[in-house]
Design a protein around this ligand. Structure first.
Ligand code: 5GP
Length: 346
């Protein structure tokens, strides 16, 4: 047994210190980023925020809304759309704003192979497993890189630098970082495993950037300030689940109760998801996700305005003309538990 004595941080444990700035208005801030992916060699230009590949979030309607928004945000589609629907969607909307998602299962691999064989051309692939630490996963990623040299590959999830390095060397362009911080995730409760998300981002970004790779901070953002903290900590992309749930674009039923409207939102390994997509919880794994009701929030365009406005404001407070400069200009101040209970998310 070994104990790491360093304190590890979550979003709620810090605030970003304001800095002298020459910026007059948040309109002067550019919150898009330009990247050239290490392995695919393809370029990215846009706001590096990605809708998570979850039911209610990674939907066709969300992707359409992002395309219409025009800021270059992207959507990781959930894994459960039928092949024919995916083909039509890609044909109509092009591949730029979309990550095609697969898990480490044969059926997903075969569907992707068929999708490509039939003439569709995905541009970005998201390989998503709950635990990215297995050798089998590294081999799977290597196989995908060999088979699809031109695809930009995002894969995870992991939370430590050595595993980020191993995945990048195996052919991953963007490593997805986060075990346990998700709003409908119960991994920490069920297994005791996890890592405070802000520290995971800081440490994994450092490891990835040393090799010319990128990271996507996945999970745990509950307010626009958390997204700014993730970018401030060095994240290249930020993935959002809960913050984008409950909208018109969720493709979920809106339920009315006592005059208030709600939408169901659930983890992708929750009982609800397993029953919907797999006909029940598989015996070998406990459900590590929960089901909640979130308030219905209307059109996602309004939420996007809040999210992007918040991020622009953060940049203004620290004098970052471009999002790229945010992490260089970020000094986090630790807040005490008491202070953070009183003011933390205010
Ligand atoms: P959020 O933005 O809601 O805090 O986190 C979204 C992320 O939670 C997703 O991108 C995914 O990594 C993770 N997630 C989604 N469903 C589940 C689940 O059922 N169990 C666990 N452990 N994580 C989940």
């Amino acid at each position: 047994m070994h104990i790491e004595e360093d304190t590890k941080l979550d979003f709620k444990d810090v605030l970003i210190r304001p800095k002298r700035s020459t910026l007059k208005s948040r309109k002067d801030v550019d919150i898009s980023r330009e990247f050239t992916f290490k392995w695919s060699g393809k370029k990215f230009n846009g706001v590096p925020i990605i809708a998570a590949n979850m039911d209610g979030v990674g939907t066709f309607d969300m992707a359409r809304a992002f395309i219409e928004d025009g800021n270059g945000l992207s959507v990781a589609l959930h894994k459960h759309y039928p092949l024919a629907d995916l083909q039509t969607f890609y044909k109509e909307n092009g591949p730029d704003s979309i990550w095609y998602s697969i898990g480490m299962v044969k059926a997903d691999e075969e569907k992707l192979a068929e999708f490509i064989k039939a003439g569709s051309k995905p541009d970005k692939l998201c390989i998503d497993v709950a635990n990215g630490y297995s050798e089998h996963f590294v081999d799977f990623v290597k196989g995908a890189r060999e088979r699809y040299p031109d695809l930009t590959i995002m894969a995870g999830n992991v939370v430590t630098g050595e595993m980020v390095e191993q995945l990048i060397l195996a052919g991953v362009d963007v490593v997805k970082v986060g075990i346990g911080p998700g709003s409908v995730c119960t991994t920490r409760k069920m297994t005791g495993v996890g890592y405070p998300q802000l520290s995971a981002i800081i440490e994994c970004a450092d490891a990835a950037h040393g090799l010319g790779g990128l990271i996507c901070a996945d999970g745990g953002c509950t307010v626009p300030g958390d997204i700014a903290k993730a970018f401030g900590g060095g994240a290249d992309f930020v993935m959002l689940g809960g913050m984008l749930s409950g909208h018109d674009q969720s493709e979920q039923e809106i339920v009315e109760k006592n005059g208030e409207k709600f939408v169901q939102f659930y983890g992708m390994s929750s009982d609800t998801a397993m029953k919907k997509h797999k006909g029940g919880v598989a015996e070998y794994r406990a459900s590590e996700g929960k089901t909640v009701r979130v308030p219905y929030r209307g059109d996602v365009a309004d939420t996007l305005q809040d999210v992007l406005g918040g991020l622009r404001s953060t940049c203004t407070y620290v004098g970052a003309v471009r999002l790229k400069e945010l992490s260089k200009r970020t000094t986090f101040v630790r807040v005490t538990q008491q202070l953070n209970t009183v003011f933390g998310q205010g």
